[in-house]
Design a protein around this ligand. Structure first.
Ligand code: KIV
Ligand code: NA
Length: 276
């Protein structure tokens, strides 16, 4: 079944949990989509997970479009959301609409996501007015890493919690169809989730959110530079993959690969005639 932004909104009403993962390329998007996920985010975590950057700040709009295209080709049913990278929605409203439009028009995703609350409301409203579905993202917003002083849990003080609830309400009013809550205490996420009628998608935000998202490389054990507390490792694919690669190396060195079944054959007499 094809998932739409309406599905996300309906899911909250009916109490069905929403499932999301990130993806950055065709093969992984296809695997995730065929497994039945509701939504795929082409996150700007792309920078850290696929491009080896230290944070998400160096990711460009062209990087995003390049990878969104690949994910769109791989996924048939999931709602595909593309992250707006750092500085692509911070300057003018007009530029923000154009940049969101490029992700849709050139990348082919169905919706865009951008970080922030009340500070980005004018941009959110304008993009929604351009008929582009927008997903919000509050709590730990990695593009603000230098302002926040690191990747830290947000929403611990009374003021911070009040601001998060307000931000969520403003974002809903501005027309976002869902909000990612990243790295906030579970009771704070619960409060926010109960304060809005659009779904909250948690990452490091506990069990009370309307849905969950994880970075696919984290949950599969493919990315091991660091593992946040909130990640559940469902597999250790790094080990599996390295095991396979070591077998391959051994096989090639010992003549175990390739075998006859991997080889193309012709009538041997032809070779013998050439040798004559
Ligand atoms: O870029 C990303 O992967 C994200 C998710 C962690 C929500 O923004
Ligand atoms: Na992101």
């Amino acid at each position: 079944m094809k998932k739409t932004v309406s599905y996300f909104k309906e899911a909250k009403k009916s109490g069905k949990k929403i499932t999301m993962l990130t993806a950055y390329d065709y093969s992984m998007a296809k695997i995730i989509d065929e497994a039945g996920i509701d939504g795929i985010l082409v996150g700007d975590s792309l920078g850290m997970v696929a491009l080896g950057y230290e944070n998400t700040l160096s990711v460009t709009l062209d990087d995003m479009i390049h990878h969104i295209k690949a994910v769109v080709k791989g996924a048939k049913n999931a709602l595909i959301v593309g992250d707006m990278p750092f500085l692509s929605y911070h300057v003018s409203v007009e530029e923000s609409i154009k940049n969101a439009g490029r992700l849709i028009q050139e990348g082919g995703c169905h919706a865009v996501k951008l970080e922030g609350g009340v500070e980005v409301l004018d941009k959110v409203k304008a993009i929604v007015k351009a008929q582009i579905p927008v997903m919000g993202h509050i709590g730990l917003t990695p593009q603000s890493v230098n302002l926040l002083g690191g990747f830290k849990v947000q929403g611990k003080s009374k003021e911070q919690i009040k601001k998060l609830v307000e931000d969520a309400k403003y974002l809903e009013e501005a027309g976002v169809f869902a909000i990612v809550l990243e790295a906030v205490p579970d009771e704070v996420a619960k409060l926010i989730t109960e304060s809005v009628s659009i779904p909250t998608i948690g990452i490091g935000a506990g069990r009370f959110c309307d849905g969950q998202i994880l970075v696919v490389n984290d949950m599969l054990g493919l990315f091991s530079d660091f593992v946040p507390k909130f990640v559940k490792r469902y597999r250790n694919l790094k080990e599996d993959i390295q095991g396979a690669i070591k077998e391959y190396i051994e096989d090639v060195q010992n003549g175990g690969f390739p075998e006859d079944i991997h080889s193309f054959k012709i009538d041997k007499t032809i070779i013998e005639e050439i040798k004559k």
